[in-house]
Design a protein around this ligand. Structure first.
Ligand code: OAD
Length: 250
């Protein structure tokens, strides 16, 4: 490069660098649970009409259940996948996707549905797996299956195919990535989770001291720390209220 070209190159780089520092979008980190998708028609787990009212965790969401009765487990997740094909993202999902215009929105979800992605969110980390994926028994081979059923005899990586779900008692491989995302949050929002299942429930403890935390849930939890701003609403109404607050502050 000639010296004039070099000068232009370095000044453009410097300007780009300054713009990024001055106008850097804030990191808006969002932790979501089953309540996020409730208004789309997907049942939560622990509410009065929740999934764990009709199924026992030990029968459908553990490795032991899979070893004992794989058909029952498959049917349970095939049903969840079928249902997912019939529902749509709700206003809450859509607002989170729109907020990418103003914030670096990173979503860490306990949900195995794909409604955040279908609403347009581009950075979604699934802590508990994904319904539209399947894997082999050791989880070393993962495949997109969309809304198809998993049947007995379907193989992947030379083993029976299984749902790509983190069952109770299994490792949560994405947890350290989630911790890092929360540590970098400028604002933390928690939506629709009863905060009963660890390690996900402990993630908010990794937020920096000065990071404001908002919790949107129509019920709430008894041991919510005082410094958390509680918005006692469902996901859509709660996100409308929070959008106002965030855009005013930004
Ligand atoms: P839960 O069923 O435990 O909690 C759902 C939360 O959503 C409750 O706090 C409800 O008050 C709230 N809720 C209900 N309707 C809502 C609405 N319209 N808008 C917003 N919130 C609403 O679900 P999770 O906390 O997500 O794990 O459960 C965590 C994990 O336990 C799940 O990922 C799943 C489950 O067993 C596995 O299967 C591994």
């Amino acid at each position: 490069m000639k010296s004039e070209e070099l000068r232009i190159f370095y000044s453009s780089f410097f300007i780009y660098f300054c713009i990024n520092i001055i106008f850097k979008m804030k990191n808006l980190t969002v932790l979501t649970g089953a309540g996020m998708s409730a208004e789309s028609g997907i049942s939560t787990f622990r509410d009065s009409d929740g999934l764990w009212e009709n199924y026992r965790v030990e029968d459908v969401a553990t490795v032991q259940a899979w070893q004992r009765n794989p058909e029952l487990v498959q049917n349970f997740y095939n049903e969840r996948r079928r249902q997912l094909a019939d529902v749509e993202p709700n206003e809450g999902h859509r607002i989170l996707a729109e907020l990418e215009k103003n914030f670096n929105v990173q979503i860490v979800t306990q949900n195995v549905d794909n409604l955040h992605e279908r609403a347009g969110s581009t950075q979604v980390l699934h802590l508990h797996g994904e319904l539209t994926k399947a894997c082999n028994l050791s989880k070393t081979v993962v495949k997109d299956i969309g809304y198809q059923e998993i049947k007995k005899g379907d193989t992947l990586g030379e083993t029976q195919m299984r749902p790509f779900i983190v069952w109770f008692g299994e490792q949560v491989p994405e947890i350290m990535n989630a911790v890092e995302i929360v540590q970098n949050a400028d604002i933390l929002v928690i939506i629709g989770t009863s905060l009963q299942v660890y390690p996900a429930a402990g993630l908010m403890n990794y937020a920096q001291k000065n990071c404001p935390i908002y919790y949107i849930d129509p019920k709430g939890v008894s041991n919510l720390p005082k410094y958390v701003h509680f918005i006692k609403k469902g996901a859509s109404e709660g996100m409308k209220e929070l959008r106002e607050i965030l855009l005013k502050q930004n």
